[in-house]
Design a binder for this molecule. Structure first.
Ligand SMILES: Cc1ncc(COP(=O)(O)O)c(C=O)c1O
Length: 388
């Protein structure tokens, strides 16, 4: 058997256009679309990590994570998210939200099953369902509604094979924050049609203007059918620590545990101690970073208004979804041209489904002065494209 061909055909069919990750830095390239926060959390996080090493915390923990961290997560969920979670049997500490999502979908989906999500959406959802032989069904949203889901469209996409809905607010890539009225309508739908809700809340701390993050699991009747997923990656700029969690009804947690064990056994013990320190200390230090991200958000908006180029209102997360349709290029063509001609990197809006065609994902994750230079280059690039 030609295993090289077998594996490359299989990777192509499962992962499609994901392509290879390149690690070679290209001089002069400014990534204005990156999903990695650029700030460094306070020293106490690193001290907790070092202490764990000094104390030789190097063995497996309980599959679900160290009890102190589960207790701290339950307390956080109570204080900040209005969720009542028993730390003894309703939490699994995971290797980031990514593993949490995969563990959840492995437990829920049989081949042929479907899971719905408003689109544009986080691109990984598609592959996660696909490797399980299941299907992520994207339900398109539109620029006219600032990419806010029209809940009857979700209902129309339900089939006998639909098991769950994934709700992502604040959204990657659109920056949309779902208002309480929309979340209530989704909650009502989930209860009427007996669906589970997977709530990916990884960007919960990034909300701007008067927008508020609401956990759908806190709405009436939702505690028993919501799987809340979160992580330390985005809120605390700890993406490489690979630390996240699932909070869900106890029987669901029990069903998920073998899948979590199959992939991880347990989350990294040292980062669990760092995560514990993060949750035990006051988290007001985050506010200065949020303020800086808001400054960059406003600069992005001023830049786009001055060109002018339309965009979707960035309400949350750290993205800005830019409408490049006036250039006449597709999202993929625009990104390729921006890279080649202006040395700027963006994500095509289509990475999370076809509803993002004509848009690109910009981000707030680059610091000045590179950020300012990136915006200047962007303006010059667009003006040349529009031949002004
Ligand atoms: C919406 C969303 N969910 C989950 C993840 C995965 O995050 P983690 O680093 O916690 O695995 C990401 C990462 O970009 C994301 O954007």
């Amino acid at each position: 058997m030609d295993y090289t061909k077998f594996l490359s055909d299989r990777a192509q069919s499962l992962h499609g256009s994901l392509g290879k990750q390149t690690s070679v830095p290209i001089p002069g390239l400014i990534n204005l679309g990156s999903g990695t926060p650029d700030f460094v959390p306070p020293a106490f996080v690193f001290e907790a990590l070092e202490k764990a090493v000094r104390e030789r915390k190097i063995q497996y923990t309980a599959w679900t994570g160290i009890p102190e961290l589960r207790a701290a997560i339950a307390e956080k969920l109570k204080q900040e998210n209005n969720l009542t979670i028993d730390p003894a049997n309703q939490i699994i500490v995971t290797a980031g939200a990514q593993e949490a999502l995969m563990t959840t979908l492995m437990a829920l989906l049989d081949p042929g099953d479907e899971v719905l999500t408003p689109s544009p959406h986080y691109d990984e959802y598609t592959r996660d369902a696909k490797v399980l032989g299941a299907t992520l069904v994207p339900v398109n949203t539109t620029p006219e509604s600032n990419f806010t889901i029209h809940v009857p469209d979700l209902e129309a996409a339900i089939t006998p094979k639909t098991r769950a809905l994934i709700v992502l607010t604040p959204n990657n890539p659109t920056g949309t924050v779902l208002p309480e009225s929309t979340l209530s309508a989704i909650a009502d739908l989930a209860q009427r049609r007996d669906l589970l809700v997977i709530s990916d809340e990884i960007y919960e701390y990034y909300v701007f203007d008067n927008h508020k993050h609401i956990s759908i699991g806190s709405l009436p009747g939702m505690a028993e059918r919501t799987i809340t997923i979160n992580s330390f990656s985005k809120s605390f700029a700890l993406t490489g620590m690979r630390l996240g969690y699932i909070a869900a009804p106890a029987p669901l947690i029990e069903a998920m545990l073998p899948f979590h064990h199959a992939m991880m056994i347990c989350a990294n013990v040292m980062t669990q101690y760092a995560g514990l320190a993060v949750l035990q200390e006051p988290r007001d230090w985050f506010q200065q970073h949020l303020k800086e991200y808001d400054r960059r958000r406003k600069l992005w908006m001023q830049t786009l208004d001055a060109i002018p180029l339309p965009y979707s209102q960035p309400q949350g997360a750290y993205y800005i979804f830019i409408d490049i349709r006036p250039t006449g290029l597709t999202s993929a063509q625009f990104c390729a041209k921006a890279r080649e001609e202006a040395r700027l990197v963006f994500q095509p809006g289509t990475i999370g489904g076809g509803a993002g065609e004509g848009f690109i994902r910009g981000a707030l994750t680059k610091a000045s002065p590179e950020f300012d230079e990136g915006l200047e280059r962007f303006t010059a690039f667009i003006n040349a494209l529009l031949k002004r």
